[in-house]
Design a protein around this ligand. Sequence first.
Ligand code: NAP
Length: 323
Amino acid sequence: MKKPIIYITRKIPDEILAPYQDSLDFRMWEEEDIPVPRNVLLQEVKEADGVLCLLTENMDRELFENAPQLKVVANMAVGYDNIDLEAARERNVIVTNTPDVLTETTADLAFSLLTATSRRVVEANDYIRAGKWNHWSPYLMAGSDIHGKKVGIVGMGRIGESIARRANGFGMPIMYHNRSRKPSAENDLGATYMDFDELLREADFVVSVIPLTTETRKLFNEDAFEKMKTSAIFINVSRGGVVDEKALYHALNENTIHAAGLDVFEEEPIDADHPLVKLDNVVCLPHIGSASVETRTKMLHLCMDNLLAVFSGEGPITPVNNP
Ligand code: NAP
């Protein structure tokens, strides 16, 4: 029987593909660091039964309309704002993501960003490298405390709860905001539910782990930053689109808030000329929330297992839609 054709939009290691090669016929964009050009992707999906894509691919209506055979898209991310789910549903295309396997790793990074930003770790490292450390002095690179400060988690889902567990270890009171209450977070982690505005006013650290949707786009805007404390530190590990970056820049530049740690941006990648990179009170990372070797490997395996499960008739393991 003919094996289903799977198009993979980035070069991934042979050892990941090997266990699946008897069942799936792989075609792949052979560059590790460069995304597949749009015209190549549009051509390749014409014959594909399945696609393994990254968040760099815009899986929009035009793409689905070009893919008559397509049955499944396995997205190598838990967020799926790069995929037009409505267009997928109309064509009965299953979409899968990679929840759970990246939760703890992303929470580790969120907490690293929180500590690096509040204790000025990157700035202090740059200070030594620039040969500026001549004396110890009482307020040299003095930052803000973490222990005892209130953390406000916006999006208390899998990753949010995992961040809250870390915050508990640091002795931080935990507040959260979701559309619905999360009894497990309240009972097991001692988290307090708040409406969005109240959380912004109360939190010393505001951490965004909310998915990007039409409802959450630019949720963190001028109005939101004005409600935060002037000492507040804003951490974003979800998607850049939930932030109005111009408003964030002004809030940081005019000391409306104290600092920000950002793993994600409205348009990625950003370069060294991006206004937020120029500010001393910002730590910027290149979207590395889930980037440990162990977790990225698990994410690829989960994508492969989802593809195999769909074509073997078992059905997807981690679907985000059910056409
Ligand atoms: P999740 O378990 O689905 O959690 C998302 C939480 O956000 C849910 O508790 C949900 O609760 C809440 N939420 C959704 N829409 C909301 C709204 N409009 N207002 C208020 N709360 C809302 O997802 P997760 O696995 O924790 O992942 C969260 C996000 O992190 C992903 O979508 C992705 O964008 C991002 N992420 C980034 C990286 C990185 O590399 N930086 C890595 C992994 C994930 P309600 O439904 O009750 O509102």
